[in-house]
Design a protein around this ligand. Structure first.
Ligand code: C2E
Ligand code: MG
Ligand code: MG
Length: 595
């Protein structure tokens, strides 16, 4: 076991011999050595690292410094004379013995970068250890000297950093980088073995609004709860990742059958849409999911991601809260949609939007009492486009805030030229109903100097569907400015009456679908009458929308509506026509087909 490196040993033995001779021959030096022993002991004791010495033949500890005692949580009295096997689990002790043997067999310092140590009293720790054999004059190993550094904290920090580099801090799910690694590995496996891979890509419908209105801590708490649900739905071998914001993904490798994918997608949609209780708030979000599967034409990660993205767009376009599996025919739709989104954004910069105005009248006097601002897009090729062609796109592209603000500012400026008794109604999209809206309205009023009492903001029930408490508080703030709030398209949602209770609206606009069927459908008349009666009992004006004929006008008047709007009184018109109409106001009212 003890190696004899003859030539090297001879050299070092000779060197040591010289020193020993020197020392033994000189009494001063001998006392210096005595003092030095004390000095060296102090140094070894004070060293921050663990120092130990073992007997090379028996493996028993001969020396352990103070840092060693602290590291192990054992006094040196208890350890000196004992072997590794007296203190450490067998496997670990065997490893230490083997390490020491290597030191004895070598003339080099042996380095073990990281060794786990189950210390008797300080739990599992990690050491970086250097060992070397100390030889006698005959070059026989006598002792093993070990110097160890406690690297436990360093190792844990390193592990934490590695974990953080691959996981999302909020949800502890895999992050984009780790997801990509797993996806790449799964696709490589698919190319080799044809084992099926499915990628689920999803984002949350309505999450942005929760974040904007209830604040990020609430949004974060919701995401954490949601992540737990997703983890439960996903299979054990699946990688669940948060790719950023409200974007999640699942890599599903185990079951290649399409049926499994669909069942998983259905479960996800269902579980995610169940209400969340966040700090006493009952919140709902839904998810739209796009799914791609590995195939001969889709065997690369990038292609998988892209296809899932395309399918996700389709799921959203098909009404959200659902899933779609990628099909090649989806590509074309997506390209069209992207081009349209870009065109809508560019349209504002290029001055292609216009605000048109449609009059509404007081039923009693048949006089114009205001105009509703209705945005139009003067498309260079397709002509004048109605809002239905671009508002949903702007909403989805997150552009409605910018467009809505532009309409509001433009309309307020235009309306300053009108008499003060002529009101201005502006439509507000549900996603605009955030606390920032109050600032925007204040600024638009301040810049235009329009009287707040002239401005009416029209919102639909959808704005109250999600997180009504924030919307309602925004509406109260707006009303405190002196602005009126109307409920637009009343009757098209599903629980209209409860929404009427949630905020005291200044006006109810009965949706044009009831008015258009008035003459054919008795129920419509009953509904219009009921809503007009409801308005009367609250002391709130009711406007009948979409009045196109004299007969309809007479019916809604008889039903008790207080205001009317529709082609019978005037179509939406450019600002110049508004000015003209206001000058000849009385003469035109009641004449069908104006404008
Ligand atoms: P809305 O607020 O209910 O506006 C009334 C819609 O009914 C307008 O359609 C108007 O042209 C149409 N209309 C008015 N009278 C009649 C009639 O007698 N018969 C028929 N068949 N239709 C009539 P438009 O301009 O296409 O606007 C559609 C919707 O787009 C609006 O419905 C409103 O919700 C939205 N919208 C318009 N401008 C804006 C805007 O600036 N911002 C936002 N967020 N939404 C807007
Ligand atoms: Mg409206
Ligand atoms: Mg309406």
């Amino acid at each position: 076991m003890t190696p004899k490196g003859a030539s090297a040993g001879a050299t070092s033995g000779a060197a040591r011999g010289d020193v020993a001779d020197l020392l033994s021959g000189d009494p001063d030096l001998r006392s210096l050595l005595g003092r030095n022993e004390g000095f060296l002991t102090t140094i070894v004791e004070s060293m921050p690292g663990v120092v130990f010495v073992k007997d090379s033949a028996t493996g028993r500890f001969i020396l352990l410094n103070r840092a060693g005692e602290e590291f192990l949580g054992v006094s040196r009295a208890a350890i000196v004379g004992k072997t590794d096997h007296d203190f450490f689990p067998k496997e670990e002790a065997d490893r230490f013995v083997a390490r020491d043997r290597r030191a004895l067999e070598s003339r080099q310092v042996q380095l073990v970068e990281e060794e786990p140590v189950h210390t008797p009293h300080n739990g599992l720790r990690f050491l970086r250890t250097r060992t070397i054999a100390i030889r006698d004059d005959a070059d026989r190993p006598q002792y093993i000297l070990g110097i160890s550094e406690d690297i436990t904290e360093q190792k844990l920090a390193g592990e934490r950093i590695r974990y953080m580099a691959h996981h999302d801090g909020l949800t502890n799910l895999a992050n984009r980088a780790l997801f990509r690694q797993h996806l790449d590995a799964a696709m490589a496996d698919f190319r080799r073995t044809r084992r099926g891979v499915a990628l689920f890509f999803f984002d949350l419908d309505g999450f942005k609004k929760i974040n904007d209105t209830l604040g990020h801590p609430t949004g974060d708490a919701l995401l954490r709860m949601l992540a737990d649900r997703v983890r439960q739905v996903a299979g054990d071998g699946d990688t669940v990742a948060r790719l950023g914001g409200d974007e999640f993904a699942i890599l599903h490798q185990a079951a290649p059958m399409a049926k499994d994918e669909q069942a998983l997608a259905r479960d996800l949609v269902q579980r995610i849409s169940k209400p969340y209780d966040v700090g006493g708030n009952r919140l709902s979000v839904t998810a739209s999911i796009g799914i791609s599967s590995a195939s001969d034409t889709c065997s690369e990660s990038d292609r998988m991601l892209r296809n899932a993205d395309v399918a996700l767009y389709r799921a959203k376009a098909d009404g959200r809260n659902t899933f779609r599996v990628y099909e090649p025919s989806m590509d074309h739709h997506l390209e069209e949609k992207r081009a349209l989104e870009l065109a809508v954004r560019n349209a504002l910069a290029r001055g292609q939007f216009e605000v048109h105005y449609q009059p509404f009248v007081t039923v009693q006097s048949e006089r114009i009492c205001g105009f509703e601002a209705l945005v139009r897009w003067r498309h260079p090729e397709r002509g004048l486009l109605p809002p239905s062609e671009f508002i949903p796109i702007a909403e989805e592209a997150g552009f409605i805030g910018t467009l809505g603000e532009w309409v509001l500012r433009k309309a307020c400026e235009d309306a300053t030229a009108w008499p003060v008794y002529v009101g201005l109604a502006v439509n507000i999209s549900p996603s605009q109903c955030t606390p920032a809206l109050t600032q925007t309205v204040m600024s638009a009023l301040a810049t235009s100097r329009l009287s707040p009492g002239q401005l009416e903001l029209e919102i639909t029930e959808t704005a109250l569907l999600q997180d009504s408490s924030t919307t309602v508080s925004v509406l109260h703030q707006l009303r405190a400015l002196g602005v009126k709030i109307s409920m637009d398209d009343f009757g098209t949602g599903y629980s209209s009456l409860s929404y009427l209770r949630s905020f005291p609206f200044d006006k109810i606009k009965i949706d044009k679908s009831f008015v258009s069927d008035l003459l054919k459908d008795g129920d419509c008349l009953a509904i219009v009458r009921a809503v007009a009666g409801l308005g009367a009992s609250f002391g709130v004006p009711t406007t009948a929308e979409g009045v196109e004929t004299l007969e309809q006008f007479e019916q809604v008047r008889a039903a008790g509506c207080t205001q009317c709007q529709g082609y019978y009184f005037g179509r939406p018109m450019p600002l110049e026509d508004v000015q003209r109409l206001l000058h000849r106001r009385r003469a035109n009212i009641g004449k069908p087909g104006y404008a």
